[in-house]
Design a protein around this ligand. Sequence first.
Ligand SMILES: [Zn+2]
Length: 231
Amino acid sequence: MDRPARPLRRPPALNALGKRALESAERRLSPRGLARLRDILWAFRIYLYVTPGEGLVRQALAIFPEPVRTLGARCPFHRYSARSGGGYWPDRNEVWLAAGVETYEGLRQVVLSSRHEMFHFVAHNDPRYRADDDASWPALWGALAASRLHVDDFPRYRDWIRRSFIPQGGHANPAELFADIPTNFPDAAEIPPPLRDYFAPLLIGGDGGPDAVARTEPGDLASFHALIAGA
Ligand SMILES: [Zn+2]
């Protein structure tokens, strides 16, 4: 997908009204009712509520340590007119997220989608993780290799890797796993200890990080999937 060209601007009063409508719809409607409402709204290309970028960055990173929040606050985060989609563009060092995520995927999902994109930004802007990214993630591979022995002790992590992450195929690469771990496992107690050491500065704060784990020579996507499946 090409980087969107134009940010969507919303009058704050319309946004405030739409937010109340969306919260009420999510609270009161059945899943089927909500799907029907979304069909009607999309016929008119309506976005009920579009969280301003800075607010979304704050929500997405609120549960993480202060250095992560401070780093994230530097990220230009734009909304644009589309039902779904978005991404982090390293050449511009900015995030764009579709304006429809709140209305068509939900108020909870928009925070998770933003969190995922923000950790692409963190990987690119925290020198420790940037060095690992630039080297094709040898420390992440190492942390995952050392985690193999432990995966059965972390069944939510194990099942998520096997049932949700790997089935994405070509998209299930180390850079995406890096962004998905803080998004899906912000509680470091839920991931194997070597992976916890690797992510510690981002999840817990303080020491750890890529320099705290043994490195492994990165391989191709198939060997990456075999490695994380713990097979
Ligand atoms: Zn991603």
